[in-house]
Design a protein around this ligand. Structure first.
Ligand SMILES: *[C@@H]1O[C@H](CO)[C@@H](O)[C@H](O)[C@H]1NC(C)=O
Ligand SMILES: *[C@@H]1O[C@H](CO)[C@@H](O)[C@H](O)[C@H]1NC(C)=O
Ligand SMILES: *[C@@H]1O[C@H](CO)[C@@H](O)[C@H](O)[C@H]1NC(C)=O
Ligand SMILES: *[C@@H]1O[C@H](CO)[C@@H](O)[C@H](O)[C@H]1NC(C)=O
Ligand SMILES: *[C@@H]1O[C@H](CO)[C@@H](O)[C@H](O)[C@H]1NC(C)=O
Ligand SMILES: *[C@@H]1O[C@H](CO)[C@@H](O)[C@H](O)[C@H]1NC(C)=O
Ligand SMILES: *[C@@H]1O[C@H](CO)[C@@H](O)[C@H](O)[C@H]1NC(C)=O
Ligand SMILES: *[C@@H]1O[C@H](CO)[C@@H](O)[C@H](O)[C@H]1NC(C)=O
Ligand SMILES: *[C@@H]1O[C@H](CO)[C@@H](O)[C@H](O)[C@H]1NC(C)=O
Length: 742
């Protein structure tokens, strides 16, 4: 027996050595080429690349990159560098996913506003790059859908019967993954979602209406995507934890070829600190924007620290995650009739009536807990203890029910095998006093599945949502916008458990997830509505409309706040958390003015970042780029001014230039108003803009002077509002002494 296992051990060891010989130095690379240097004998880029790297070729890219990806050794890479036309290369690497009430919360209504005006995004195609899709989900049924738009060139990898007029595209990309890890054993060859994330985000952006859905009784109602008539195309790139940049680039390339109108990217790099020309999403999305494809990208879940933002790419919209006006609750009713509300997502079906209730302190002694297992036990963790840290003991003792007294309100901790509820310390005191005073006769009842709407204040920005400024381009204020991201109910694959609490697995056709991953497709859906109503708007015009019409006040008419790490409502959210505001689709339909941006404007920005011509070519795919007018002052619907501390000798006045386009009907006169700027002064020159007709442009200057910002690392902000009788076109302005680590 021992010999065999030793032998096995030896073989494994040998295998390891051999594998490392074969693959140790081999890696995937993405190679950028100068097509002006392509020899005339080649008719296509693809044949040229094949002649260079033959069988090592993984993908030739068509739209997003002039170049290809290939798997080879550093030595082979070295010799490639001598090839004519070689510009640069970057190593392939692993990327990451940023893990129905929401349309209603956003004010969407079939009879008026954005849903009405855009026919709910009828002919707009939303592409998602994610973990695949569960085509049989009711959210992708095509009842009442018109025929597929004729411009569509994509196809569906599934059996043709599975796709329909709703789910019109499904493709998977894994060549990069297979080249890097040839021995990986997974079910790779299907666009089917075996994770759930992709199904969830697709149905948020463009899921059909499905009546009477809920998550084990929570969040009941009609589920609907933000653009319920828009079409869905899934580009699968993620396989369990594997998600390679070479595959993501290929997916975006295909989406552009296929003719998607909007791309939703709930993924990114965790490297976070890459310059734009090495960031695969920045490079690939530039081509998308040039082709008029709107791109929504998740800001990341690394908050609440400053500078934790991902996807701070100047040509996409970067989306932060907010919390809606909804709570999931359970009720503890004490023997004396006192009702106490707590947070719970407990999925069980039985209410517990009039059973003894005991206080068990820290609840860490399984033997003691076993003695009271037929009772409701009340636990109080030490400061900072989370409920899930006690779940093991409670589960081991098989308690009937548990009440956790804590400020911590991570509701997912209550999805247990036993009935459980989190109540706050104030109510905890009420419970403890009751138990103590009624000695052995204390009893209580538990009930669950109460979904409460209209909680106040809402919306808020959740603590996990990554904060600006953008690392790779801090001169463009990021994030751009906040959308619902916390506890979002959306479609889920039928055979992927929504929760596993061994030995049980729970399944549901809808699931609640949180993350900027969930916020991003909300904005993609809004963009689909805008595109449906305004076919001629550029991606920058759509972004501007979404930003300048967003909400900065919550449902108690106070400035939107953040949720702190203790899960409590905290300070006012500054633009590094909130962006321009919380998305308001109905108002975005009619923004009055937009800040448009052309391709050359982005090039001017790249030039001013001091990127080399080669670096810029990697992004623009042009063999030469016009850097005669470098400028960091992009015509963006927000402004960020960096200052040295005021008592230093650095400049205290900065000037910005903006041009707005009148997209309202005909004549209009706008007046500038600056609001809530504490710590700096703003002058707008001129402060009145007169438009004689639609699509006319007018320019103005914005002079920002710091009045009192003596300390470093300060963030002051305010708003510029352009107002006519009907519209308020609002831009956030940030003045900060944050020191760039650029
Ligand atoms: C396609 O349909 C056939 C017949 O229903 C089935 O056997 C096959 O497994 C399906 N293939 C995929 C990829 O779903
Ligand atoms: C709990 O911990 C937090 C942070 O760790 C601290 O700010 C707070 O004062 C503590 N509260 C109590 C009651 O100890
Ligand atoms: C809970 O929060 C309240 C107010 O936010 C605070 O006073 C109290 O100390 C906190 N309790 C614990 C146990 O952290
Ligand atoms: C219960 O009451 C006793 C005596 O009044 C007191 O010492 C004790 O701290 C109380 N326990 C709780 C949990 O309130
Ligand atoms: C409460 O129950 C314990 C153990 O069951 C017992 O020892 C104690 O006497 C009881 N107290 C009262 C006031 O009934
Ligand atoms: C680019 O280089 C110029 C000249 O060296 C310098 O003044 C400027 O600050 C640099 N810009 C950035 C964004 O680093
Ligand atoms: C960026 O430019 C630098 C300097 O020209 C060069 O060394 C580097 O390879 C370039 N990187 C890319 C990806 O173009
Ligand atoms: C690409 O090649 C053309 C012609 O050979 C050359 O003029 C240009 O500078 C090259 N561009 C880059 C970015 O290398
Ligand atoms: C500015 O002055 C304040 C107070 O004198 C001081 O604390 C601060 O460090 C100074 N800032 C700089 C950048 O010198």
């Amino acid at each position: 027996m021992q010999r065999i296992s030793m032998l096995l051990c030896y073989i494994t060891f040998l295998h390891l050595i051999l594998t490392s010989f074969a693959f140790a130095h081999s890696h995937n690379y993405i190679i950028h080429m100068n097509i002006s240097a392509m020899p005339k004998v080649f008719t296509t880029q693809h044949t040229w690349y094949q002649s260079i790297v033959s069988t090592k070729l993984i993908y030739s890219y068509t739209h997003v990159i002039n170049g290809f990806s290939a798997n080879f050794s550093p030595k082979e890479l070295q010799s490639l560098k001598a090839s004519p036309g070689y510009i640069s290369s970057v190593k392939d690497f692993n990327m990451k996913l940023y893990t129905t009430h929401s349309p209603h919360f956003l004010g969407l209504n079939p009879n008026i506003g954005a849903w009405h005006d855009s026919e709910s995004g009828r002919d707009v195609i939303v592409g998602l790059v994610d973990t695949g899709i569960w085509p049989e989900s009711k959210s992708f049924n095509d009842y009442g859908t018109t025929k597929i738009p004729s411009k569509w060139k994509g196809h569906c990898d599934f059996n043709s019967s599975v796709c329909n007029k709703k789910l019109i595209g499904a493709k998977f990309f894994n060549k990069g993954l297979l080249a890097m890890y040839p021995n990986r054993i997974t079910t790779l060859h299907s666009t089917r979602d075996t994770d759930g994330h992709g199904t969830h985000v697709s149905s948020i952006a463009a899921g059909s209406r499905v009546d009477s859905v809920s998550f084990y009784g929570y969040a009941p109602g009609t589920a609907s995507g933000i653009a319920p008539n828009a079409r869905v195309a899934m580009y699968k790139v993620a396989y369990e934890q594997d998600l390679l940049s070479s595959d993501v680039i290929a997916a975006i390339d295909a989406a552009i070829s296929d003719g998607v109108d909007v791309l939703s990217l709930s993924l990114g790099t965790d490297e976070g600190r890459l310059p734009l020309y090495e960031d695969p999403l920045a490079v690939a999305t530039f081509a998308a924007i040039e082709k008029g494809v709107f791109v929504s990208a998740a800001a990341g879940n690394r908050g609440p620290g400053l500078n934790t933002l991902h996807n701070g790419i100047p040509w996409v919209i970067t989306v932060a995650a907010g919390v809606m006006d909804r709570d999931f609750q359970g009720t503890l009713t004490l023997g004396d009739g006192t009702k106490i509300t707590g947070l719970s997502l407990y999925k069980g079906t039985f209410p517990i009536h009039n059973v003894p209730i005991v206080f068990m302190g820290l609840c860490e002694n399984v033997e003691e807990l076993k003695k009271v297992k037929s009772k409701i036990v009340v636990c109080e963790g030490k400061n900072g203890t989370r409920f899930y840290q006690l779940v093991y003991y409670l589960d081991e003792a098989k308690v009937l029910g548990a009440v956790f007294v804590s400020n911590d309100s991570h509701i997912e901790d209550t999805e247990n095998r036993f009935a459980s509820l989190i109540i706050d310390p104030k109510n905890g005191q009420v419970v403890k006093t009751y138990i103590n005073s009624s000695s052995n006769s204390s009893i209580a009842s538990l009930s669950f599945k109460k979904t409460v709407f209209g909680t106040k204040p809402a919306p808020t920005v959740d603590s996990y949502s990554s904060r600006g400024p953008s690392y790779n381009c801090p001169f463009v204020l990021k994030p751009d916008i906040t959308a619902p991201g916390t506890s979002i109910l959306a479609a889920w694959p039928a055979n992927v458990p929504v929760k596993t609490i061994l030995p049980y697995k729970y399944f549901s056709e809808f699931n609640l997830l949180s993350g900027t991953s969930m916020a991003c497709p909300h904005v993609a859906g809004v963009a689909a509505l805008l595109k449906g109503a305004h076919h001629d708007w550029t991606p920058a015009a759509i972004r501007s409309a979404i930003m300048t019409t967003s909400d900065i006040f919550d449902n108690i008419k106070k400035p939107i706040k953040i949720i702190g790490e203790d899960n409590k409502v905290g300070n006012i959210a500054n633009p590094f958390a909130l962006g321009a505001g919380h998305v308001n689709p109905n108002r975005a339909m009619d923004p009055g003015l937009v800040y448009d941006v052309g391709v050359q404007d982005y090039v001017n920005l790249l030039c001013a970042l001091n990127y080399s011509q080669k670096n810029i070519s990697v992004i623009t795919r042009s063999s030469s780029n016009d850097c005669s007018k470098p400028s960091l002052d992009l015509n963006y619907p927000s402004v960020i001014a960096f200052f040295g501390a005021h008592n230093s000798t650095s400049r205290t006045v900065q000037e910005f230039h903006r041009t707005v386009t009148n997209v309202g009907d005909g004549k209009a006169t706008y007046v500038a108003r600056v609001a809530r700027s504490k710590g700096f002064r703003v002058r707008v020159i001129p402060n009145k803009l007169v438009f004689n007709e639609k699509n006319e442009k007018r320019s103005f200057k914005l002079r920002i002077e710091v009045a009192r910002m003596p300390k470093l690392e300060q963030v002051a902000f305010g708003y510029l509002n352009w107002m006519d009788r009907k519209h308020v076109v609002r831009s956030p302005i940030v003045a900060t002494t944050l020191q760039l680590k650029f």
